[in-house]
Design a protein around this ligand. Structure first.
Ligand code: ATP
Ligand code: MG
Length: 586
């Protein structure tokens, strides 16, 4: 594809970027230096994520600054300063103590984005218990399974969600001692308690117990895009990555207003919807409502959001809405836009430039990596379609497996292979819950193998090709769905595309595209032929789809990822496998 680099012009930077010289920062980098920028618990008692995110700022005299600005569904706005957040999270930690919940024990949440969810997350970390967020939209079975697999002792949820999804399954969950209701003023049963009452009764003072950097802090289930979700274990030391990426990738400065649109039900909503912005001491916007294009643009305008972190699926929905935000809304405060979760099609990067006045910066990471690993930085030119370059402190490589079970690092540029990271960075997952064997399979020697395929160009930019499971083998070619989907998206009629391989006797697999159209376009034979021709012209006949099927929507995970494995299973009439994270499964 022929996309021109988007060059950055230092004279247009509104603030001096935190990472002005990528190569110099990489050369000098040590994780010890990052650790020095954090406070640590007083008296050498260790390192605790919540202390760094909240208490450190209060101790430094920033207590009056707004930490969280909560935007309720119906228009309510509630601000919490760092000092108030300190008190609320202390109260939550104290109530856990009162309930006898201690170190390493699991506190789950099943909640919409209400302030209590944020108090619970940070209060749990203060108590050295383990926080595990779930999507509020999960059905009862996936919830019960996760609570059971994760040994949940406490669940923070609302009365409605509890009655609808959990109450009926309590007998399957003997370890679940307490349910704390975020919206009930009174206790409901002996073990179903009012969170507001408990918070009110708890002291706002709390001393964080000694916390070892290797103490377990977070348990995150993966998105389930490629199969049954895995429970990834993270430790308090992950705070170093959260801090560094907030500084270098999100480029947060003290006066920034930051908004991460991800729900806490997946890792982005915790690492970047809670922890990283607070570590940088900025004001963090939390919107309770679900996606709605006009509302989102209004929030960007009214809240004067300066740094925005969202996902390709949301960007594609905004593109589809046909709104011209630059004309209708004042987005002058916005200076940096980031995206994660799926490949960001070059078309979307360019759309950002026109519609938002800013290109969108893609970055790559996984539940397992705990934080952003490869990114486009504020001061670095963007190559649309590339995920960018590895974070200072992170060594990324393209590897190929060898016959003896080892690996070879690919030295030459532009060669396809598996994307691997040298193990040992602070936020690397420390295990898959109850699945030691699978965890060990992710490593070859010193390297963590991500399961994604990519290429590295001569300047060290990484280009995503596809998940190893999604790669299509057709007429002797390896085709990554992303490449085909991106070309289809260049056509004005196409809103979204999902591409799979369908087994075919002569060519191995046939490339098939499922296409959702933008409003105003009708699925018909003429458009079908036009799209086939359009793709063939751009991709060549070996790679272009042979068949296009129109569809209203594509199956997606709740975090917005296209589930190609479901498109394939449905196409071939095979079992659908684990669909607990499927969006349409309400
Ligand atoms: P599961 O592991 O359960 O199948 P998942 O891999 O989708 O689900 P996550 O950890 O949420 O779960 O997602 C990480 C994956 O998302 C990456 O391995 C990659 O395939 C994809 N991804 C994330 N960011 C990007 C990006 N910027 N470009 C391309 N792909 C991305
Ligand atoms: Mg994965």
């Amino acid at each position: 594809m022929d996309w021109h680099a988007i060059e950055k012009n230092p004279s247009t930077f509104q603030v001096p970027p935190n990472l002005p010289d990528y190569c110099a920062a990489r050369a000098e980098f040590t994780w010890d230096d990052v650790r020095q920028e954090l406070a640590g618990l007083p008296d050498g008692r260790g390192l605790n994520i919540a202390h760094e995110a909240v208490d450190r700022h209060v101790a430094a005299g920033q207590g009056e600054k707004i930490a969280l600005r909560w935007l309720g569904k119906s228009g309510t706005v509630a601000d919490y300063t760092y000092a108030e957040l300190q008190a609320w999270t202390n109260r939550f930690a104290n109530l856990l103590q009162r309930l006898g919940i201690g170190r390493g024990e699991r506190v789950f949440s099943l909640s919409t984005r209400v302030p209590e969810l944020y108090f619970a997350a940070l209060g749990t970390l203060k108590n050295t218990s383990v926080f595990c967020p779930l999507f509020a939209a999960f059905g009862p079975e996936p919830i019960a399974q996760r609570l059971e697999r994760g040994n949940a002792r406490v669940l923070v949820t609302s009365e409605r969600l509890y009655r609808k999804k959990v109450a009926g399954l309590r007998d399957k969950l003997p370890q679940l001692d307490y349910v704390l209701l975020t919206d009930s003023d009174e206790d409901q049963e002996e073990t179903v308690l009012s969170l507001s009452r408990l918070l009110a009764e708890a002291s706002p003072a709390f001393i964080i117990p000694p916390t070892h950097p290797e103490d377990m802090a977070l348990l995150h289930f993966t998105s389930g895009t490629t199969g049954k979700p895995k429970g990834a274990i993270h430790v308090h030391n992950a705070v170093l990555t959260h801090y560094l990426t907030g500084k270098y990738v999100l480029d947060l400065h003290p006066d920034d207003i930051f908004w991460c649109t991800a729900d806490c039900g997946w890792v982005t909503g915790t690492s970047y919807g809670i922890i990283a912005p607070l570590l940088q001491g900025v004001t963090n916007i939390v919107d309770e409502a679900d996606f709605e294009s006009e509302r989102w643009f209004r929030i960007l305008e009214e809240q004067r959001v300066s740094v925005w972190y969202t996902a390709p699926t949301a960007v594609r929905m905004l593109m589809r809405s046909g709104l011209k935000p630059c004309e209708k809304y004042d987005l002058s405060a916005l200076r940096l836009v980031h995206s994660v979760g799926e490949p960001l099609n070059p078309e979307a990067v360019i759309w950002g430039e026109v519609a938002l006045g800013l290109p969108i910066h893609d970055n790559w990471w996984q539940t397992e990596t705990g934080g952003i690993m490869i990114a486009n930085y504020a001061a670095m030119d963007i190559r649309p379609g590339s995920m960018g370059r590895p974070l200072p402190g992170i060594e990324a490589a393209i590897i190929q497996r060898t016959a003896d079970g080892g690996l070879e690092i690919v030295k030459e540029p532009n060669v396809e292979g598996e994307l691997a990271l040298r193990s040992g960075w602070p936020s690397m997952f420390r295990g898959y819950l109850h699945d030691e064997e699978r965890y060990h399979k992710c490593f070859i020697g010193d390297w963590y193998i991500s399961g994604d395929l990519a290429e590295r160009d001569a300047d060290g930019y990484f280009w995503f090709i596809g998940r190893a499971d999604d790669i299509i083998k057709t007429s002797g070619h390896m085709v990554g769905p992303f490449e085909v989907e991106s070309v289809l998206l260049e056509h004005p009629a196409v809103a979204e595309a999902g591409v799979i391989g369908v087994p075919e006797a002569t060519i191995g697999e046939l490339v098939k595209a499922f296409v959702a159209l933008k409003p105003g376009y009708e699925p018909n034979e003429e458009l079908n032929l036009e799209l086939l021709g359009f793709a063939r012209k751009k991709l060549g006949s070996a790679v272009a789809p042979k068949v296009i099927a129109f569809t209203e929507t594509l199956p997606k995970t709740r975090s917005g990822k296209i589930m190609r494995r479901l498109l394939k299973a449905r196409e071939l009439g095979l079992p659908e496998g684990d669909t607990s994270t499927l969006e349409e499964n309400k």
